[in-house]
Design a protein around this ligand. Structure first.
Ligand code: NAD
Length: 314
């Protein structure tokens, strides 16, 4: 039987263990299995977190194995190689392809009930599509953290520039969680005002600033990796937000990486678009009308992902 509050995290490295910690802080009272080829490290992380359990609502975190996925309602995949300084996310594909084939095999063997799978490992869009193909689960159940993190970075930078709480901004990065990501400026808004309408009235914001912010979002991960070798805090909070939406059926709009089946004429690949996330995973991909320029960038983003996926297959 499925345990609704049970989550398995495959890959207990920096991202996996920090995600477990963020979930522990969420107050959702979860049962979290950390599954890693390095079981000792997973057990050590679990123990370290459980030593703080006196300060928080009850959660159970432990080192597990693939059998734990069998009654989990959500399986989060954070296993695999991470970017080295100067390496792109696509560079990781060959290494993580092998790991994902192995993981998908284990999920198929252990999960007849088909849990929701959240892919986080990079390149997230391609690995999401690969997982969808390998498992054969429906597309609402297999999706990636996508550009939720990039959108959070976008809001942070915009908020800093405009001196507004990022939580009060509607701003989305769409497309690839990678170098071809697209800042959807035409749909950026504050209290219902289009961003351009608001910023026109303010000094200090012009096209050059907009380009600088979009570039900073694009380079954000490279910058952190160059400074400290990896990114994990903000992605852990992004995954926590997705998990909350599923477990509480929040139906929040999040830009997650979904398998497309003809939306905007794109198919056979996963990329991020604002979508309603609830108890069934991706409940709906919203049919937003982007500007002509954004649409053409989105199509190029899809084309570059398709090419990378085709290269992988061949
Ligand atoms: P890490 O090296 O710290 O951890 C990876 C873990 O995966 C290790 O503990 C390793 O033992 C484990 N692992 C490897 N093969 C495995 C297998 N077959 N089964 C189970 N576990 C296995 O790396 P990290 O910093 O935690 O990053 C993990 C992934 O997350 C990377 O691909 C990274 O690029 C990605 N990432 C994604 C985002 C995003 O926004 N989607 C953000 C940050 C990092």
């Amino acid at each position: 039987m499925i345990n609704k509050s049970k989550i398995s995290i495959i890959g207990a490295g920096m991202v996996g263990s920090t995600t477990a910690f963020a979930l522990m802080l969420s107050g959702l009272s979860l049962d979290i299995a950390l599954i890693d080829v390095d079981r000792k490290k997973a057990a050590g992380d679990a123990l370290d977190m459980m030593h703080g359990s006196a300060f928080l609502p009850s959660s159970e975190i432990y080192a597990g194995d693939y059998a734990d996925c069998g009654d989990s309602s959500i399986v989060i995949i954070t296993a695999g190689a991470r970017q080295k300084s100067g390496e792109s996310r696509i560079d990781l594909l060959k290494r993580n392809n092998y790991i994902f084939r192995q993981i998908a095999g284990e999920i198929l063997k252990n999960c007849p009930h088909q849990p929701i799978i959240i892919v986080v490992s990079n390149p997230v869009d391609i690995l999401t599509y690969l997982t969808y193909e390998l498992t054969g689960f429906s597309r609402n159940k297999v999706f990636g953290s996508g550009t939720l993190l990039d959108s959070s970075r976008f809001k942070y930078l915009l908020g800093k520039q405009m001196n507004i709480d990022p939580k009060s901004l509607h701003a989305y990065i769409i497309g690839e969680h990678g170098d071809s990501k697209v800042a959807a400026w035409s749909k950026t808004s504050i209290a219902g005002m289009r961003f351009a309408e608001y910023s026109d009235k303010r000094s200090g914001f012009d096209e050059a600033v907009a380009d600088r912010i979009a570039d900073e979002v694009k380079d954000a991960a490279y910058k952190v990796i160059e400074m400290k070798g990896a990114t994990y805090y903000a992605i852990a909070l992004s995954v926590r937000r997705i998990v909350e939406c599923v477990l509480r059926d929040d139906r929040s709009v999040l830009p997650v990486s979904c398998v497309l089946k003809g939306e905007y004429g794109i198919e056979n690949i996963a990329l991020s678009l604002p979508s309603i996330v609830g108890k069934n995973g991706v409940e709906e991909i919203l049919p937003v009308e982007y500007s002509e320029r954004e649409m053409s960038k989105l199509i190029s983003s899809a084309d570059s992902l398709k090419k990378a996926y085709a290269d992988l297959k061949s």
